[in-house]
Design a protein around this ligand. Structure first.
Ligand code: M6R
Length: 610
């Protein structure tokens, strides 16, 4: 998704803008640009491609020199990636950068054309720039009123960085739906789409609410509410530092983040376990206030939705409460049967995923209680939900989610244990045992990381030329396979599908030909025999089987070609260790194929548009 930044301070603004934009590269983008005040004039530089292309352009034609300005990385929505479509866009004496989508841009464009405006790009953003210019002409003394009149006309989502030619060295910003923060340094201020951009300059920031307007100068920042009244905001402090957002000696963020998983689990579960028992009171969850829920919905997208799939199996098994898992973009448009007495759990790493946020709002409107499981502090989903459990994965930079997924699973377990106690479907001793097992997962992952890197790398070499592969499993293994399959396809670009092993014979087994790779996951004792039968069926049809199982299970050698064994844990906890080799297989396959592991093609880290 697009990233926006802005700066007012004493440093070279162009350098700061490019540097802060580089921290947002992980969001995915295809062009970049900046606008800087140089001797009172707005100088714009922009380019299709990566930041290095913008830098090369500036080296050739000179970079703008000044102390205040705005910058942008664009992930194309309206109009292809090109120099012209790149931001900043300009109107009468104004330049802007924008993250989001203006839904009524066509009507606004027609209106502006009828008033003599002309357009050079295909973007929705240029319409906002021209509309600002239109209102500014009417009231050139008052940028605040200009911004208010403009945003009143906009439908959709936006975070905007704005500079007016007549107000040199002042940066304005506003937002609706799309995220925006203001970084507060010493004699310098920043705007950014997220804290990652500014963390090497300051850890202090304000969260900007819908329709607030920021007026930022080198000597201070003022935030106005939608009525133009000055607001006092709480200054937040990031609980991680610039080092967390660096590769720290690893070749890619993804592999670094895979290695951070043991610590991420500890950080997430330790503060929620007292005396060997789960305790989610600081998140507003007590046995008393969850015991009466009759139905649970888990709504999310992508990897977060897959964490929900594991959650479904665990909650239903332990707490005997029916759980429906839904894709947020489906849920919000299908008039879901949800209401009072139901709990809707929204899972999201970024806390900004547009469909998940809308699903949350809809659930609240329909009378359900909502619980958000979110990684990014102060994000929109975190702020909107009735109850909130933060995961403590730290910043996740690779587009492919790994450590955020693992901690989502960890939270699913804590919640399921707490619910099962509340429902009295497990007793305290059982809960204590399961909690202990959960607490041991970081050590188990460390062991896997110490022992399985070579094997997973070797397996990757066997997958690189495959056209397509299958992941199969039953029960929790099936839920986990969905994530294994997504991970592989998003970064290796090899098609794959996850399938419930027992369902293969109903159609999909026809895809198996000589040497089709099949990754079979078999970690559940009660399902082992059945899964092995399914594995033998694909093997008999020529599949190359990679079996992921437990070291205490013995499986006939004829059933597989390659074997990955995992330490023994209670069946229900097995998805946590099992996720790791599946992540590693995807990672190494992408590396072997020479792909951009951390920023796979066409993908954005945070999907803040529908
Ligand atoms: O920020 P969210 O967890 O709400 O994001 C949801 C999905 O976009 C995300 O999990 C996506 O599927 C991952 N990048 C996949 O690795």
């Amino acid at each position: 998704m697009c990233g926006i930044v802005g700066y007012c301070g004493y440093r070279d603004c162009s350098d700061v803008l490019v540097d802060t934009l580089s921290k947002l590269e992980y969001r995915g983008y295809d062009s970049a640009g900046i606008a800087v005040f140089e001797n009172g004039e707005i100088k714009v530089k922009k380019s299709k491609g990566k930041l290095k292309d913008l830098k090369a352009k500036m080296e050739q034609c000179g970079k703008p020199v000044g102390k205040a300005g705005i910058g942008h990385t664009r992930w194309a929505t309206h109009g292809k990636p090109s120099d012209i479509n790149s931001h900043p866009h300009s109107g009468e004496k104004v330049a802007i950068v924008h993250n989001g989508i203006i839904e009524n841009y066509k009507q606004l464009k027609e209106f502006l054309i009828s008033h003599g405006e002309t357009f050079v790009s295909d973007t929705d953003t240029e319409v906002v720039a021209k509309l600002l210019g239109y209102f500014y002409k009417k009231n050139p003394e008052n940028p605040l009123a200009t911004i208010q009149s403009t945003v009143n006309e906009l439908e959709g989502s936006f975070a905007l960085g704005i500079v007016f030619e007549d107000f040199p060295d002042v940066v304005y910003a506003t937002r609706r739906q799309s995220p925006l923060i203001v970084g507060v340094g010493k004699d310098e201020y920043f705007i950014a789409s997220d804290v990652t951009a500014i963390i090497s300059y300051t850890k202090n920031y304000y969260l900007i609410d819908h329709d607030e307007i920021v007026e930022m100068k080198q000597d201070g920042v003022v935030i106005y509410d939608e009525y133009g009244e000055e607001k006092t905001k709480e200054l937040m402090t990031a609980d991680w530092d610039a080092e967390s957002a660096k590769k720290g000696g690893f070749p890619h963020f993804m592999i670094k983040e895979i290695h951070e998983q043991p610590n991420a689990i500890n950080m997430t579960i330790k503060p929620r376990i007292f005396d060997g028992m789960p305790n989610l009171e600081e998140c507003g969850i007590t046995r008393e206030n969850i015991k009466d829920f009759k139905n649970i919905y888990i709504v999310a997208c992508g990897t977060a939705m897959h964490a929900g799939m594991v959650g479904k199996y665990v909650i239903e098994k332990l707490a005997r409460v029916p759980v429906v898992v839904d894709i947020a973009s489906e849920y919000r448009y299908r008039n879901p049967i949800v209401g009072e007495g139901d709990l809707v759990i929204i899972i999201s790493q970024s806390g900004e995923t547009a469909d998940s946020l809308e699903a949350l709002k809809l659930s609240k409107k329909m009378g359900a209680k909502t619980l958000a499981i979110v990684n990014v502090k102060g994000s929109s989903i975190a702020r909107e939900a009735d109850m909130l459990i933060y995961t403590h994965a730290g910043p996740e930079i690779a587009v492919a989610s790994t450590k955020a997924y693992i901690v989502q699973l960890a939270v699913m377990y804590l919640f399921a244990f707490q619910l099962a106690l509340a429902k009295e479907t497990i007793n305290e001793n059982q809960c204590r045992f399961l909690t202990q097992e959960l607490e041991s997962t970081p050590k188990v992952i460390e062991k896997i990381l110490a022992e399985k890197l070579d094997m997973t790398q070797f397996i990757a070499t066997k997958l690189i030329s495959a056209d397509s592969l299958l992941y199969i499993g039953r029960g929790l293994d099936y839920a986990l396979s969905m994530e294994g399959s997504l991970k592989l396809k998003e970064i290796s670009y090899i098609h794959s599908e996850s399938y419930a092993a027992g369902e293969l014979k109903h159609g999909t087994i026809s895809l198996i030909t000589e040497n089709t790779p099949v990754i079979a996951v078999a970690t559940q004792k009660n399902l082992l025999e059945k899964t092995v039968s399914n594995i033998k069926e694909v093997k008999a049809r020529g599949a190359k089987v990679i079996l992921v199982t437990r070291e205490d299970f013995s499986v006939d050698k004829e059933a597989y070609d390659y074997l990955i064994t995992l330490p023994k844990m209670h069946d229900i906890l097995m998805p946590i260790p099992t996720a790791v080799p599946l992540q590693l297989i995807a990672y190494y396959t992408s590396v072997e194929r020479g792909n951009d592991v951390d920023q796979p093609r066409n993908l954005a880290k945070s999907v803040t548009v529908e």
